[in-house]
Design a protein around this ligand. Structure first.
Ligand SMILES: [Zn+2]
Length: 79
């Protein structure tokens, strides 16, 4: 019997719904955090729109905001 498979929402890699992939439905912790980061960014942009010009928010500043808020892993910023 073959295990249930699915696609990682972030990178579309096929993975198995099993203990081999503890971060399922994501293939890895990195993809999980990327997805969450995207969500947080959207949320931040919506809230921030009322307060500041969105064009003033560059990605570096936003990353720092998220980092300071403990929403993202510092390792994620090192590429
Ligand atoms: Zn992935």
């Amino acid at each position: 019997m073959s295990p249930t498979t699915l696609s990682c929402p972030t990178c579309k890699t096929t993975l198995e719904w099993s203990d081999k992939f503890p971060f399922r439905p994501f293939c890895s912790k990195r993809c999980q955090q990327i997805d969450f980061g995207g969500w947080a960014r959207e949320d931040f942009a919506i809230k921030g729109a009322a307060l500041v010009d969105p064009e003033m928010l560059d990605s570096e500043q936003l990353s720092k905001e998220l980092l300071d808020a403990g929403l993202i892993d510092p390792d994620l910023l090192e590429s």
